[in-house]
Write a protein of this length. Structure first.
Length: 156
């Protein structure tokens, strides 16, 4: 009887030559798909808590309106009274129609009726400026209004 020896086949080494290419492809992918913050908040907004919340589905159809007191950085310029921020700048109520129209022109005609205005109001702000914003939205025909809130963590 003869003895046969099996030669031990070793696995070839894994080539790492393409590893830098893969890493750069992933890096470029994440750079392209990452959305940067659209506007810098110049007002302090700490939204109130709520229990019954629904998520907004299409964020591209939402106008964000911030109402709050200016942050410490901007208090020298705007004071400490509650201010309205549209986009990236502190505005007056009179600027709201132009802000809404600029957003409408970026969307196709069929989607314009589904635009929602999301009002993010600081919990310490009185309702006077909020009522003024709501009245101006009504005058402009913007009847889909959303109030932003945080999920309440404790059950009271």
């Amino acid at each position: 009887m003869s003895k046969f020896r099996k030669k031990g086949k070793s696995m070839p080494a894994i080539s790492t030559a393409s590893l830098p290419d893969i890493i750069f492809m992933l890096l470029f992918f994440f750079m392209v798909v990452t959305v940067m913050r659209e506007s810098e908040l110049k007002v302090k907004v700490q939204v109130p808590q709520a229990t019954e919340l629904t998520k907004l589905e299409q964020k591209s159809l939402v106008n964000y309106i911030y109402i709050g007191r200016p942050t410490k950085k901007f208090q020298e310029i705007y004071g400490t009274a509650p201010q309205l921020q549209l986009g990236d700048k502190i505005s007056k109520i009179n600027d709201l129609p132009l802000f809404l129209e600029q957003h409408k022109t970026t969307l196709p005609e069929v989607m314009r009726s589904r635009i929602t205005s999301s009002i993010r109001v600081d919990g310490d702000v009185t309702m006077g400026i909020v009522q003024d914003v709501k009245t101006e939205l009504r005058k402009q025909g913007q009847l889909r209004v959303n109030y932003s809130a945080r999920q309440r963590t404790d059950d009271l």
